[in-house]
Design a protein around this ligand. Sequence first.
Ligand code: ASP
Length: 365
Amino acid sequence: MRGFFTPLARAFAALSILFAYPAAAQADPPWSIAIHGGAGTIERENMTAEQDAAYRAALQKALDAGAKVLREGGSAMDAIQAAIEPMEDDPLFNAGRGAVLTWDGDIELDASIMDGRTRDAGAVAGVTGIRHPIELARKVMTDSPHVMLAGDGAEAFAAEQGLELMPPEWFETERRKEALQRMKARKLSAIDVDIKFGTVGAVALDSQGNMAAGTSTGGMTGKRWGRIGDAPIIGAGTYADNRACAVSATGWGEFFIRVGVAHEICTRLRYRYQADIAAAQAEVPRDSEGQPTYIVHASEFGLDAAHAQEEIDAVIAEVGALGGDGGVIVVTGEGHPLFSMNTSGMYRGRATSDGTNEVAIYADE
Ligand code: ASP
């Protein structure tokens, strides 16, 4: 794991070396989790108080489930699965039960998961009848030699692994049937008919310093020809790398694939960290011989939240420049839980070992 010391702590650490003070007592290792339930055109004036409250309650439930795992010392992988599964079961979100319908009226689910410790990953695309696609993605990672399985083959693998299967009626909701009908009747695009994307995802840093990311979705309303979005694409919708961060995306998948959003964010954060540590070292006071009076060690240096946010926003701006929209959740190696979006809202939440615990919907809150 990367260091999580603040500049102040760093200065103190340097002083303690210079004056041979005993090392400062280290705080408990931090943990952190962020979740999303989709980005899109989500505006106050279009939400009733009941809908607003229902989304916040559903987000809080998912956040609590993930935070509990981390608080009790569990792994980031277990935390994100614990957070995603209640959202897959909740018809409010476009994942698992309540997912959007394809052009033919079916439900085809995509999901992926990545372990930042080893960069092992698993993904499934276009699967039907699987209650928890995120669990299946994890099984692909742990129990197959592959990273991605699709369609019938993925379903056969799920059956072999004894995953919970559900009949089509369990997944289908009136709301999504109506959206598909409206789309066909008015010849609307998926964006026009379903402007709240509703995909779900979670990212976490555990107290061992390991990160993980996962994303699960029904894709976009009226999709056809076996369309697959960014959610199951490692590097586009999901990425986790202990050297940098964990990312889960939601939005217009084609653009997120083209930008390689999740991997691009991790790469930028990795390089920004290196640039910042070099800059910090350059600022260290020199002795009479011009040598730095101390070395800024990687273990004592953390990437600033504001710097991480700049890099993440730049990637979302790139999506926007190509004509796409959506958002991301990111947890950094320092445990900063961050969001970025170019839509009017994103269902989201975050919790940390410092006591942060909040859910939000609109971009301006
Ligand atoms: N990104 C998803 C897709 O394109 C949609 C979403 O975020 O809801 O399949």
